[in-house]
Design a protein. Structure first.
Length: 473
């Protein structure tokens, strides 16, 4: 299929358009299930959402199983496969059925798990991230099977339920049985179009190190009148250490931090410069701040996508009530994170952070660093036949050649699929930039069910056409 096939003549597009209403009804059903992975009281809902997806896959002709998480207390995965012919290439589809918590509830126009359709949009928690997008992917399989009765590839599907809570069920599943998800190409939709009408393929995601830094001074809180001038102040110590790690507008000072940072290639930077990105509108409407401070010498998109960061998320300690209390606290804790870019190694960064923090440690305080999360950055193919298949597929689905972009955030599943399993992966998204994922009034644009399904079907066809070549690629 190509753009030239025309909308009317492609049987998959015709099938998808006829099915849109029933697909929408099904999506609404899935959205009613409050599969919030971060909250233990929703564990049964998560299992129900997994069972729903497995049932749908079974019904469309892709035998599916709900697999208990290999990790104790983890949430189940949905794993499905359909084998057509061992001579064909194999494609893995990825998605997640879990959603973010819905709070603050009072900021929703209608209840988050009572989906509301207004015009072409459905409003519900998980509508965009990731049920709407994931359902579009699965509908692409349904459309292909409905229109043609068979698939041009062997199919593997994995849907996880711990994407939003930082779980490791998927990584554990792959570690226990790498062959189960082995494929020649992978397709994931857990992002967004770059702007309405312009689809995107992500060529890299940033990794993350998240840590807590605890500073301890005296054994108890002390009065600053009696002890100020003598007692070590852990809050000031944290300020000193944090500012020493990242001067305002300057580079991060961790030893060796930039040694493995790869500058994007000239053609990638040129492509970013040509994107329809309005910096003034971004500052005014998204960041809503009087300036966009950051490292000198890099464009804004480069700072967001291809430069590592150092951020402080919270500092706890001392007195934070109204009015004055002259306490020198005995203890203070900072929450910090670093976003990492290819080819930084998260464990190396944790060690460098430890070294830098100890070097900066002021006299009289002890510092303890606890790493809570360490996910690597992921680089996806930029010159691989599977990427070209993805480009043509998105052109077929959305009627426009996709932009090649990067993701400032992290998607740990990609590290498993693209890095551990080594599968050439096309990471895209069917959401819109203003879908408010993770926020009240999350929505999904329903025409993208059809466009996303057609794009997915086109991807399966394109990889099917590549056949054995993709394995050599
Ligand atoms: Zn997601």
């Amino acid at each position: 299929m190509s753009q030239g096939d025309g909308v009317g003549r492609d049987p998959v597009r015709a099938y998808a358009e006829r099915a849109r209403e029933s697909w929408t009804k099904a999506l609404v059903e899935w959205l009613r299930i409050p599969s919030v992975s971060a909250l233990p009281e929703h564990a049964a809902d998560c299992a129900a959402a997994a069972a729903w997806a497995a049932g749908r896959l079974d019904a469309m002709g892709v035998p599916a199983q709900v697999v208990p998480a290999p990790n104790a207390g983890g949430l189940p995965l949905v794993v499905a496969r359909r084998d057509e012919d061992p001579a064909l290439a194999t494609v893995l589809l990825y998605g997640h059925y879990d959603v973010q918590p819905a709070d603050p509830l009072d900021q929703w126009t209608s209840p988050p798990f009572a989906p509301r359709i207004v015009g072409d949009d459905v409003f519900a928690r998980g509508a965009d991230d990731n049920k709407g997008q994931c359902w579009a992917v699965l509908c692409g399989v349904a459309a292909l099977l409905g229109a043609e009765g068979r698939l041009p590839v062997n199919l593997r599907v994995v849907l996880e339920g711990e994407e939003e809570c930082g779980g490791h069920a998927l990584a554990d599943l792959v570690a226990a049985d790498p062959d189960r998800l082995r494929a020649d190409a992978a397709w994931a939709a857990d992002g967004s179009l770059f702007t309405p009408g312009l689809p995107a393929i992500y060529t890299a995601t940033r990794g993350i190190v998240y840590a807590e830094l605890e500073a301890c001074g005296g054994e108890t809180d002390l009065h600053s009148g009696m002890y100020g001038g003598a007692a070590p102040n852990p809050l000031l110590a944290l300020c000193h250490v944090l500012a020493g790690c990242k001067p305002w507008n300057g580079a991060v000072t961790l030893p060796g931090f930039y040694d493995h940072v790869q500058r994007p290639a000239a053609d990638e930077l040129a492509a970013w410069a040509a994107l329809p990105f309005d910096e003034a509108a971004y500052q005014r409407d998204e960041v809503r701040a009087p300036a966009l401070p950051g490292e000198h010498g890099y464009t804004l998109l480069e700072r967001l996508w291809a430069r590592p960061t150092f951020e402080v998320h919270g500092i706890v300690g001392g007195f934070v009530g109204a009015g004055a209390k002259t306490v020198i606290p005995s203890r203070a804790v900072a929450k910090i994170s670093l976003r990492l870019v290819p080819d930084q190694d998260p464990m190396e960064v944790v060690r460098a952070l430890e070294e830098r923090v100890n070097f900066l440690r002021p006299e009289g305080v002890t510092l303890t660093l606890r790493a809570l999360e360490a996910e690597p950055p992921v680089r996806l193919p930029t010159d691989h036949p599977v990427l070209d298949a993805g480009r043509r597929a998105l052109s077929a689905g959305f009627g426009r050649e996709p932009a090649l972009v990067r993701m400032g955030g992290s998607l740990p599943a990609l590290a498993v699929i693209a890095k551990v399993l080594g599968i050439p992966t096309v990471m895209t998204g069917f959401g819109l930039p203003d879908d408010r994922l993770h926020a009240p009034d999350e929505k999904f644009h329903l025409p993208h069910l059809v466009h996303g399904a057609v794009a997915t079907a086109a991807f399966l066809r394109e990889v099917g056409r590549l056949g054995a070549r993709v394995r050599l690629g």
